[in-house]
Design a protein around this ligand. Sequence first.
Ligand code: ATP
Ligand code: MG
Length: 292
Amino acid sequence: MTPDLLEEGARRVETHAALVSGLNNTESGGRNASTGRIATPGEVDVTHGRILYLEDVSVSFDGFKAINKLSLDIAPGELRCIIGPNGAGKTTMMDIITGKTRPDEGTVFFGSTIDLLRHKEAEIAQLGIGRKFQKPTVFEQLTVFENLELALKTHKGVKASMFFRLDSAQSDRLAEMLVTIHLAGSVNRLAGNLSHGQKQWLEIGMLLMQDPKLLLLDEPVAGMTDEETSRTAELFLTLKGKHSLMVVEHDMSFIRTISEIVTVLCDGSVLAQGTLDQVQADERVIEVYLGR
Ligand SMILES: Nc1ncnc2c1ncn2[C@@H]1O[C@H](COP(=O)(O)OP(=O)(O)OP(=O)(O)O)[C@@H](O)[C@H]1O
Ligand SMILES: [Mg+2]
């Protein structure tokens, strides 16, 4: 969840009772459309074939090198899978990309012109990098619909307003999103009553409402049932191409279903990269990870 969204959500939960009556009127669509206008997200220059580029990135915590000369790049529309043992630095890498952690050295670019190390966490979210943490973070006291509406409302360029109403294009988008994330039948349920997997889908939907160019997903299927996991795989395959995705997972059958290129991180840098079959056959990978 983005910092803006967290802040707005906290405000929204406080004023929930007042909002519920307003939310029941959303079918009227076009009213107050001007308050719901979405700003066009800024362009990211991908003419060099990379949406994300890390070079020689390092960070130490109390003398321990969690990330060690890490270099990696991702093509626009790619779905990149990242695997590696516990403590390899996968989450820390996402912390660096999203501005949560500052590296000690190295280069981190979004497209070929945006130096992410010059931007704060909230700005990076606004630039179009969405992030899903391991634990689902949805607003449990709000309905599925309200959570998605909130994500739209706090999108870049939309001023937070108690009187926000969806216009018809936004209503259509929200309805499509409900289908995409398999929650069309749960639109009025409180997010707190959803299953773990459904909460994960809802949070992914909330991120997608903000139309990120790059989506970072940290262990999205951890704790999901097999059925939820396979539906999540389907979902990610439909997102590929429209968004660039970086997915960290330990679930190898999930990785097998969705992956093209797999990057193996170990001790804070890239140990191997290739198709899943290639990296699974790599002796070094077997030794540090798969052979456990
Ligand atoms: N803020 C921090 N302060 C101190 N040490 C940290 C911090 N963040 C991460 N680390 C350490 O850096 C190393 C990398 O951690 P990280 O969470 O990135 O691993 P990971 O690959 O995501 O592992 P997992 O698969 O278990 O989620 C670990 O040894 C961790 O303890
Ligand atoms: Mg992690």
